[in-house]
Design a protein. Sequence first.
Length: 278
Amino acid sequence: GDEVVLMTPNYAQMWGLAKTWGVKIKPLWLREDLGWQFDPEDLKKVVTKKTKVIQVCNPNNPTGAIMAGKQRKALLDAAKDSGAWLLSDEVYLGAEREAPLTESLWSDYERTLITNGTSKAYGLPGLRIGWLAGQPEALAAIKPHHDYLTLTPAALSDRLATIALEPRKRKQIFDRTRSILQKNYPVVKEWLDAHGSLFSHVPPEAGAICYIKYDMKINSVVLAERLRKEKSVLIVPGDHFGMDGYIRIGTGPPKEYLHGGLDRVDELLRELQKGKKG
């Protein structure tokens, strides 16, 4: 059977789509000890002649890591050597906190497809606009399948997205995104540091997200559900990325909401600690 190599952790829909296709999924694990980069040696182990697609998310969701140059080269070499399609989700490109604009995986390799949209770096998820970049022959083959999903975008969304993608406006939007991330991440870091060894994390390089490891004897889905039901706070459990013991929190809201959400998380943490002692 055909095989798909999926960067892991990753946007959860990728796993669901691969399962729908009925292919064998081979995870390419990002390593926390490498700053959420993959080991090129691990890539060599999972890519074979049976590999049809290598899918990555760069900048990465949920870790916020940006692929380093060494890993980028290894990825392109592996795709070329195996003849696999390289599918790169780059929806967080433009949401870098300190780093320069992430280099796209677009290259001279013809079997490359790049996906992007207005939902993350642009902060315009309501437009429901995205795009796919690839060679003309590949896009022509894909287009009939697209018609089963949506025939046309809303005219107003299409116009607003066109404005957002104009070079001058695009820079303004990306500058705004960077400013928000630079102001909000310190709030989260201070909160994490205040909890000492309870939490640990690798600072995210991009995206209004922070992927956090916790030292508590509670399943991440259970923790997320209790926060949702008891505190009206939404986080993403690490289990949804195949990694229990982690949570992903959003760092993009206005500061007062961010502080309020973290305060409510603290409330539940105190209750969990109290229950443990009881």
